[in-house]
Design a protein around this ligand. Structure first.
Ligand SMILES: [Fe+2]
Length: 371
């Protein structure tokens, strides 16, 4: 793990992973920022040949992963170098799985279903939120079933990650805000997860404080060095915790907003959390109290406020609202939305320590619609 504004100087370290990487990235960022050229020069300096697949779309599909895996094999590559946000990094991990496992990608969705060890994985994040640079997850869209699926396996933990906050300086305010909310939702869901433990609680509490302080600064001034550093750190630390806790209802319910309404992953994952927290406040009081303390501190003589209010306060500062109306969802869309959310959030229901019924899902959606 390399962290800091000079870490790309350490790129030659990837030579210990293999002889020829497939660079996996999106269509634009690495080109218009000159990043690709910079990395290619460094690889040439150490006589490493490379191939490139730059067709990763936002929310990558099984088809895209399979195309990239063909390129990997056709070009004689022996490791992957993913450069970009969660989409490019998750694609790189999934390609690594297919590099050594011959069945279709669908066979590897689920917990620890990867049989043969994947090829080595190097990653360079260019956003701050997903945490993919340190996680054992790869989330891919299964277009046949119009849903998101996850490969969860320790075997796809990255071998090397180069985390350079300066790569996020050009990220626009909306993507800065939304990716930051992704990291925040990882923390909140981590605290509420049935798999939370004292270590993940410490990581998530610290990270919530960092995000609360620095996300509005990063949204306001994208070139603020300290804010960008703190947000990249937040993403990373939340990702470490995510490996233990997984996500739960915020992500599970948000998937449909991304699939059907093209809402960015981070904003979508946070959308329903204020109403979810409100609804479970009494039935899951002990963990909600931990969350409240994370948001407002645990000082004597200080009245503990509620997390929902603090989340909304933060969102106002970054010009986003937990409201379906603001993303164009109207009353007439709600029935269909509820049906789709019920289908897409089933897996996340397994990761909660409280009862949550389909009526609860409906209530959360309706309250978020009207707020
Ligand atoms: Fe996420």
């Amino acid at each position: 793990m390399y962290f800091g504004c000079e870490v790309l100087e350490s790129i030659p370290q990837i030579s210990r992973l293999g002889k020829k990487p497939l660079i996996i990235t999106g269509k634009h960022f690495v080109y218009f920022t000159g990043l690709l050229e910079k990395i290619q020069k460094k690889l040439e300096n150490i006589s490493i040949k490379w191939a490139i697949f730059s067709d990763v779309e936002e929310n990558p599909s099984v088809k895209t992963v399979e195309k990239a895996a063909q390129a990997f094999k056709g070009q004689g590559c022996d490791f992957v170098l993913g450069i970009g946000g969660g989409s490019a990094m998750d694609t790189a991990k999934a390609v690594a799985v297919l590099s050594s496992n011959s069945q279709g990608l669908n066979k590897y969705f689920g917990e620890e279903l990867v049989q043969n060890p994947p090829c080595p994985i190097a990653l360079i994040p260019t956003t701050s939120g997903t945490g993919s640079e340190v996680t054992r997850f790869s989330v891919i869209v299964d277009e046949d079933n119009n849903t998101k699926k996850t490969i969860a396996s320790l075997s796809i933990m990255p071998d090397i990650a180069f985390c350079d906050p300066s790569l996020t300086y050009t990220l626009n305010p909306y993507l800065t805000a939304s990716t930051g909310l992704d990291a925040l939702s990882h923390c909140i869901e981590g605290i509420l997860s049935v798999r939370a433990n004292p270590i993940t609680d410490i990581l998530n509490k610290e990270t919530i404080a960092m995000i609360f302080r620095w996300l509005p600064v990063a949204v306001k001034d994208g070139k603020d060095k300290q804010a960008r550093e703190q947000m990249m750190l937040s993403s990373l630390v939340a990702g470490v915790s995510l490996n233990c806790t997984g996500t739960m209802l915020g992500h599970g319910m948000g998937y449909t907003l991304t699939l059907d309404w093209s809402v960015h992953h981070g904003y979508a994952s946070l959308m329903f959390l204020p109403q979810i927290i409100s609804l479970i406040r009494e039935r899951y009081a002990q963990r909600v109290e931990v969350l409240d303390k994370a948001f407002v501190g645990d000082f004597a003589n200080r009245k503990v406020e509620n997390s929902e209010g603090k989340i909304i306060e933060l969102m106002e500062k970054i010009n986003l609202k937990p409201s379906l109306k603001t993303i164009g969802i109207e009353e007439k869309d709600i029935e269909n939305l509820i049906t789709r959310i019920e289908k897409n959030s089933q897996r996340s229901l397994r990761n909660i320590g409280f009862k949550f019924t389909t009526q609860d899902i409906e209530q959360v959606v309706r309250k978020t619609a009207g707020s």
